[in-house]
Design a protein around this ligand. Structure first.
Ligand code: G16
Ligand code: MG
Length: 220
């Protein structure tokens, strides 16, 4: 196959967003900072360091570098506690079925995620073996909407950028895919993901006919 399939992790494959929210909320409250669900949207697809910076700015707090590091550690420790309880039942609807079809048809498959915990999570939900390449928060220096994460994934797959399709749930991620000249497919809310080439509520809504239509928009 000369077409590559790239998946975001959080919000596309699994709903770890709820665990990020809980861990950040608890951490913020220990600092007497309170934020709501709407503010939490701004943390999606954003790195751990940038997320903490945002939370501190909401609370108008400045802290030492050492304290910053220890808070990052504290948040991740709680988050990993939730991740540890996960199993394959937390794979979002339709994802496993699509991965199986893609594997059978020998499509190169990559993960493009901002998370440093991506591999751990894929292992927990038993999906690691489906991916030919993984690019995560440990390998990228420029956050989405910079296309670096998806460019690296395409390079590892050996597929041309315009022959890749990206599945994403965040605005920054859709922008990143568009910036890389890839076909962007939004998973989630139509109003939020307007700039995507295609939008579906979740993977269970993507039929084989839809999938072929998506792949057929590529020139080669
Ligand atoms: C995910 C989440 C973000 C999270 C980031 C970093 O990105 O959407 O909320 O802050 O990863 O995660 P970690 O602290 O595990 O390194 P993605 O790109 O998978 O949606
Ligand atoms: Mg995401």
């Amino acid at each position: 196959q000369n077409k590559g399939i790239i998946f975001d992790l959080d919000g596309v494959i699994v709903d770890t967003a709820k665990y990020h929210f809980l861990a950040w909320k608890n951490l913020a409250e220990s600092l007497d900072i309170h934020f709501n669900k709407k503010q939490n949207e701004q943390l999606k697809g954003v790195s751990r360091v940038e997320s903490l910076k945002k939370i501190l700015s909401w609370g108008k707090k400045s802290i030492s570098e050492e304290r910053f590091e220890s808070l990052l550690h504290q948040k991740n420790k709680e988050y990993l506690g939730f991740v540890d309880q996960m199993d394959h039942s937390e794979i979002l609807p339709g994802v496993l079925k699509r991965l199986k079809i893609l594997k059978k048809e020998a499509y190169p498959i990559a993960l493009g995620s901002a998370s440093k915990n991506a591999k751990t999570i894929l292992e927990r939900v038993d999906l690691l073996s489906y991916f030919d390449a993984i690019v995560d928060g440990n390998e990228v220096s420029k956050a989405k909407p910079n296309p670096e994460v998806f460019i690296k994934a395409a390079n590892l797959l050996g597929v041309e950028y315009q022959n890749c399709v990206v599945f994403e749930d965040s605005i920054a991620g859709i922008d990143a895919a568009n910036n890389a000249n890839m076909v962007s497919v939004g998973i989630g809310d139509q109003e939020v993901l307007q700039k995507a080439n295609f939008i579906f509520k979740d993977f269970s809504q993507i039929t084989d006919a839809h999938f072929n239509e998506i792949l057929n928009t590529m020139k080669t």
